[in-house]
Design a protein around this ligand. Structure first.
Ligand code: B16
Ligand code: MG
Length: 215
């Protein structure tokens, strides 16, 4: 198979923003009377904002909030998160990612972002990566969030590449399921189930290891 595009998840693959999501969600959870820890936070990775808050409420058996109140807390969480994102610099790009981007550019392979975060363009700008990227799929433009395949199919479509000529990289279980459902070759980072190729950290990723795994 000839690789024509690599589709990247953002949070957990390009930068470790999960720690900022956790700080912001922990603050909001406390406000509504729910305690969450790092282990619980794993259940929020790759899950969109609405569902993340629903999981927190279910974790604390909270059923009394109205839709307006939920929206108030989700917005408050996002404002806290965006405040934390201000600290991001290009030094926060995860190991190996800039080298991989440069290798892909040198080999005329497109780079497309398949994140469900509405903050993806801002994060990529803070990381100084926008000029290396060919497309960012808009999560608002897809019907179903991960684990549905929509955002990966949209990211492939945006660079004009068929799914069968793409590989996609994810750090969350919901994301690996989404890639597999899109029938795209899946690369998992970390302790994940169901990926076609699994690496321990982003530092191990390069074009050679991906091409070898495709054979
Ligand atoms: P936002 P990804 C996901 O990004 C995160 O993993 C997940 O924890 C977060 O809730 C979601 O984005 C929504 O983010 O609140 O910024 O829109 O992993 O798909 O890059
Ligand atoms: Mg992720």
């Amino acid at each position: 198979m000839e690789i024509k595009a690599v589709l990247f998840d953002l949070d957990g693959v390009i930068a470790d923003t999960a720690k900022f999501h956790f700080i912001a969600w922990k603050t909001i959870a406390k406000e509504v009377g729910v305690e969450i820890d790092e282990k619980f936070n794993e259940k929020l990775k790759g899950v969109d904002r609405v569902l993340s808050f629903e999981r927190i409420l279910a974790h604390g058996n909270i059923t009394s909030l109205t839709e307006e109140e939920k929206e108030y807390y989700r917005t408050k969480k996002n404002n806290l998160y965006k405040e934390l994102l201000k600290k991001l610099t290009p030094d926060d790009v995860l190991p190996g990612i800039v080298d991989l981007f440069n290798e892909l550019i040198d080999n005329n392979i497109k780079i497309s972002i398949a994140s469900i975060s509405q903050n993806a363009p801002y994060i990529l700008e803070k990381l100084n990566l926008l000029e290396k990227i060919d497309a960012i799929a808009d999560p608002k433009a897809v019907k179903n969030s991960k684990p549905a395949p929509d955002i990966f199919l949209k990211a492939a479509e945006m660079v004009g590449v068929d799914a069968c000529n793409c590989v996609a990289i994810e750090d969350a279980e919901a994301g690996i399921e989404a890639i597999n459902r899109a029938e795209i070759f899946s690369i998992g980072v970390g302790d994940l189930f169901g990926a076609d190729l699994l690496v321990d950290s982003t530092g191990e990723l390069n074009l050679d290891i991906i091409r070898k795994a495709l054979k």
